[in-house]
Structures are given as structure tokens and as C-alpha cells.
Design a protein around this ligand. Structure first.
Ligand code: ADP
Ligand code: MG
Ligand code: MG
Length: 211
């Protein structure tokens, strides 16, 4: 499908569904290496987003819908992930402006700006065992797919596959940012919850594009 306002709403809807479905699983990951609230944080945040989306005019651009995600996550999610993901959506939505439809290059621009926002805010690098370990491979795979002439849906699928691999790659790592960094070697063997949720979010974008 074309990545228009309907796609953006479907992406948000699917994200709210998946974080609700994975709420306990994400909090369980966070119990291993954090404070056990990641699933609750995101479920609360995206449930608020879904409520507020109803107040947005149906014809609002994808950028406007994704900006609403940003402001809602920043104001409703107290944990580290609220401001981090909020900044991702804020910078991503700014990168796509008010376009009614996103092409492959616009998707790459969104993902790149979103990842840059997370890095600007949290100063984590790839390998620090954070959500950046999902976002950066997603950006790289999306850019490569777009350069090959892939459709927007295929660009998003490439991003989602790379994000899933990236989330899994956090398991053997020691954390260098966030709460998990206090654990030292005890974080080894556990997947980073934020990398996992980011891969679910990007997969929801690809699923919405597949219709
Ligand atoms: P909190 O740690 O405040 O309870 P959450 O549990 O909601 O917040 O989110 C934790 C996730 O946030 C981690 O799994 C990690 O992916 C991400 N995170 C924490 N600090 C950073 C950072 N500096 N840069 C990028 N991501 C981070
Ligand atoms: Mg937590
Ligand atoms: Mg917390």
C-alpha cells in the first residue's frame, strides 16, 4: 500500500496492539536487567496515543500523526524509554514534514532521523546494549534497500528484519548505558528490552505497509 495517513494510523494501531500483547514479556526482560516496567511504560504510552489519535483530523498527514506519538510518549511515559522514543518520533516526523505520502527515501529519512534522535538524547553507540542496537541496523538495511530501488513496504521489511537481528544481538553484551549498565557482567545473556520493543515497533510499520 502507499504509505499515507491511513498507513500511519494503522502503524500506530498495530504498535499499540503489539506492546499490549507483549507487555508482560517486555517487562520480564526488564526485570532481568532493569526495573521491570518497560512493558507497562510502553503499554501506557501507546494506549494514550491511541486515545489522542481520535482527536486528530482523519486527513492529518503521517508526519502529524507521528508527531502526536512523540508528544504523547514524552508526556505519558516516565521511564528512560519515553523521552528516547519520543525524541525518535519527534525527529522522524520533522524529517518527513507534511507530505501526504512517503516514498522509500522518505522512510529512510524518517528512520535515520529517529535513530539520530535516540543517539542525540541518550548518547549510546551500537554495542552498548540499548535500543540503538535495533535502530541502527534498521537504518542501514533500509538505506541499502532504498538504494537498490526497493518499494517503501520492502524498505520497511528490510528495516524490521535487521532490527530483529539487532535486538537478538544484544543478548551476549554488557550494557554501557541505562539501568542495565549497573549490572556489569550480570547483564550478559539477557536481551535488552528497549531493543526488543523497538524491533516490534519497526515490524509493526512493515506489517501496516503489507496491509
Ligand atoms: P527505565 O530504565 O527508566 O525503567 P524503560 O524500562 O522504559 O525505562 O526503558 C529501558 C530501555 O531504555 C533500555 O532497555 C534501553 O533500550 C533504553 N535505554 C536506556 N538508556 C538508554 C540510552 N542512554 N540510550 C539509548 N537507549 C537507552
Ligand atoms: Mg525499566
Ligand atoms: Mg523505570
Amino acid at each position: 500500500m502507499t504509505l499515507d495517513a491511513t498507513w500511519a494510523r494503522d502503524w500506530i494501531d498495530r504498535t499499540a496492539d503489539v506492546v499490549e500483547a507483549e507487555r508482560h514479556g517486555l517487562s520480564e526482560l526488564d526485570r532481568q536487567i532493569g526495573d521491570g516496567d518497560h512493558g507497562e511504560n510502553l503499554a501506557r504510552g501507546f494506549s494514550a496515543v491511541r486515545d489522542r489519535l481520535g482527536e486528530l483530523p482523519p486527513a492529518a498527514s503521517p508526519g502529524a500523526a507521528l508527531r502526536l506519538v512523540a508528544t504523547t510518549l514524552i508526556s505519558t511515559v516516565g521511564g528512560a524509554s519515553g523521552p528516547l522514543l519520543g525524541t525518535a518520533y519527534l525527529k522522524g516526523s520533522a524529517a518527513i514534514g507534511e507530505s501526504a505520502e512517503l516514498d522509500s527515501e522518505a522512510i529512510v529519512a524518517f528512520l535515520t532521523a529517529a535513530r539520530d534522535g535516540v543517539v542525540l538524547r541518550g548518547r549510546a553507540e551500537v554495542g552498548d546494549k540499548t535500543m540503538v542496537d535495533a535502530w541502527t541496523p534498521a537504518v542501514d538495511a533500509a538505506a541499502a534497500a532504498a538504494a537498490d530501488g526497493a518499494s517503501p513496504a520492502r524498505v520497511l521489511r528490510a528495516a524490521a528484519d535487521a532490527a530483529a537481528t539487532g535486538a537478538a544481538s544484544t543478548e551476549p553484551l554488557v550494557a554501557r548505558k541505562g539501568r542495565a549498565s549497573y549490572l556489569g557482567d550480570r547483564a550478559i545473556g539477557h536481551r535488552d528490552p528497549g531493543a526488543q520493543s523497538s524491533s516490534l515497533i519497526i515490524a509493526a510499520a512493515a506489517d501496516a505497509a503489507d496491509g
